[in-house]
Design a protein around this ligand. Structure first.
Ligand code: AMP
Length: 265
């Protein structure tokens, strides 16, 4: 069932919540197998599953990127149909941000470095829309991909700080057989760039194993630019500290497409 109005969604979700656990999988559409693994996890962990498809203008810091973002609603609905999703919520931007909208959720700390520094306003856009989706659905549990590791930590922090009554669950990154993390943006890679792109994950694994020269290796493999490639504290995204879990996080450009990835390290 496809819903487009907040009021319809609220009414349905309210009924479902009385009967059992309501699960939420927020997406921006252009669905691939990575998204579907979140939906499968949600189906296993909730009685009712709501998938939202909303290309959230507030989390794009470049109008061109927002414009270029793929929109494939019919294909998305076809991919979700066999999974037994209870509702697909596809609102228009005006439905989510009606005239007079004046509230923003901003997270400090974990949201400041890396993506937060390079994409000003991005995490405020994410935190605001995710808070709204939690409010609209009253979801008991919500699933997010580890692919966007910093986003997952930002949402965990926000949920803890605001005492939001939702359990946040992370799902491991799904990769193509050659190691490239699945992403809606991969569709924009030229054949040459797509062939070279797995070097990112390969070099991250070598770096996690102690090898040096990853950045030079990526440039030699055809990447134009490495924005960051470094170890961080896995939860706070601050500098790594002895005795605490680390994460290796990367953002790099190839063929005019910005790829991000991360692994435990
Ligand atoms: P997006 O549509 O890109 O905003 O992603 C929606 C959700 O799917 C986010 O929680 C992402 O982290 C997650 N996701 C995207 N790509 C992958 C992937 N390759 N593996 C697992 N989860 C993913």
């Amino acid at each position: 069932m496809i819903l487009r109005r907040v009021e319809e969604l609220r009414t349905l979700a309210r009924g479902w919540k009385r009967e059992g656990v309501v699960g939420l999988v927020p997406t921006m559409g252009a669905l691939h197998a990575g998204h579907l693994s979140l939906v499968r996890a949600a189906k296993a962990g909730a009685d009712r599953v709501i998938v939202t498809i909303f290309v959230n203008p507030r989390q794009f810091n470049s109008p061109a990127d927002l414009e270029k973002y793929p929109r494939t609603e019919a294909a998305d609905a076809a991919l979700l149909a066999p999974l037994g999703v209870d509702a697909i919520f596809i609102p228009a931007p005006e439905e989510v941000y009606p005239p007079g909208f004046a509230t923003e959720v901003t997270v400090q700390g974990v949201a400041l470095p890396l993506e937060g520094a390079l994409r000003p306003g991005h995490f405020a856009g994410v935190a605001t829309v995710v808070t709204k989706l939690f409010g609209m659905t009253q979801a008991d549990r919500a699933w997010f991909g580890e692919k966007d590791w910093q986003q997952l930590q930002v949402i965990r922090r926000m949920v803890a700080d605001l005492n939001l009554p939702v359990e946040v669950l992370g799902v491991p990154t799904l990769r193509d057989p050659d190691g490239l993390a699945m992403s809606s943006r991969n569709a924009r890679l030229s054949p040459e760039a797509r062939a070279a792109a797995p070097a990112l994950y390969a070099w991250m694994q070598r770096m996690a194993a102690g090898e040096t020269g990853a950045e030079a290796g990526l440039l030699a493999a055809g990447f134009e630019r490495v924005e960051y490639l470094a170890f961080h504290d896995a939860e706070t995204l601050g500098p790594p500290r002895p005795g605490r879990p680390r994460r290796l996080l990367a953002a790099a450009w190839i063929g005019g497409v910005r790829l991000i990835d991360n692994i435990a390290a």
